[in-house]
Ligand binder design. Structure first.
Ligand code: GLN
Length: 304
């Protein structure tokens, strides 16, 4: 069976199985989505693209966007980034505050909320108009010239983002936020508000499967060494306190978001994006993980 057949067969199989979990409702705007949608898109380095189900429906990519903020900061300041945060798994929930107390406001990694908030602080330092420059970067990487922030989602998150406000203030108390807390958290909420389809997501992250260069255009986003490091952090931290289980079951580096989206990368080969809004208790897509587990089991092709 080739990749396309395995994708279709796995898609049908997952559709026929029970769909467990619940959509994220702590951001009110996310709770409005039809929970039983399922989209898949795989794009290969050679240029083939295969889609199933709701692959053309835009959804909130949420924390998948943290890979983009990391890519921007890493490309601008290189290894100086690691003076402000670590690259170790946290083994805790994405929005946890507990380790910051004993670790002096240094987040464990760039993919938990604490780390992404520090990255937003660095972006505020780098640019006069950080919101505009971050969006320009995401437009460049994705190739979507008219991409915008979703004001509805950003506002919705602002109304209920109590933990994120706590995080930015807590980190600032240790001196690891340099800018005004309101400015930093505003940028963070906008980062998380980006919407894309599975097809756009798979295309956006082609550079992670091609040594830092986009598939078709060969546009360089990162060096090959930086790309290796981002993939390593996705492998160990991309699914928060479920990162070990994801590596165990799927065997690919990846990143999830509470909108139900996920990306996974087979370096030098393909990027796959999945979307199914019902989340498990760790905030990762129930069907997305099931799908990828079945898919990589059938293809027998993983980083391990
Ligand atoms: N915007 C979300 C939050 O800060 C992102 C979390 C996620 O996608 N895991 O809570």
């Amino acid at each position: 069976m080739d990749c396309k057949d395995i994708l279709n067969t796995t898609y049908q199989q997952i559709l026929n199985e029970e769909n467990l979990g619940a959509v994220a409702s702590y951001i009110p705007e996310l709770a409005k989505v039809n929970p039983d949608q399922l989209g898949i898109c795989l794009i290969t380095k050679e240029g083939s693209s295969y889609s199933c189900g709701d692959a053309q429906t835009p959804f909130s990519i949420q924390s998948i966007a943290k890979v983009l903020s990391l890519s921007l900061v890493f490309s601008k300041i290189g290894d100086d980034l690691w003076k402000r945060m670590d690259f170790e798994p946290s083994g805790n929930a994405f929005n946890s505050l507990v380790q910051l107390e004993s670790e002096n406001g240094i987040p464990r990694n760039p993919f938990i909320n604490a780390g992404a908030i520090v990255m937003c602080d660095i972006i505020c330092d780098l640019f006069d108009d950080p919101k505009k420059e971050l969006l320009n970067f995401i437009r460049k990487v994705s190739g979507i010239a008219d991409l915008s922030y979703s004001q509805n989602i950003a506002n919705s998150e602002k109304q209920t983002g109590f933990r994120n406000y706590a995080l930015v203030n807590f980190i600032k108390s240790f001196g690891n936020i340099k800018n005004d807390c309101d400015q930093v958290i505003e940028l963070y909420f906008h980062l998380c508000s980006i919407e894309m389809t599975c097809e756009q997501l798979a295309r956006t992250f082609g550079y992670l499967a091609n040594q830092g260069k986009q598939f078709k255009t060969q546009l360089e986003i990162l060096s090959s060494s930086q790309t290796k490091r981002i993939n390593a952090i996705m492998q160990t931290c991309g699914f928060y306190d479920e990162a070990g289980e994801f590596a165990f079951k799927v065997g690919l580096p990846g990143k999830s978001g509470v909108g139900g989206g996920m990306i996974a990368v087979l370096p030098n080969s393909y990027v796959i994006a999945t979307w199914s809004p019902r989340l498990n208790t760790r905030g990762n897509s129930y069907r997305g993980i099931k799908f990828l587990e079945e898919f990589t089991t059938a293809t027998q092709d993983t980083v391990f």
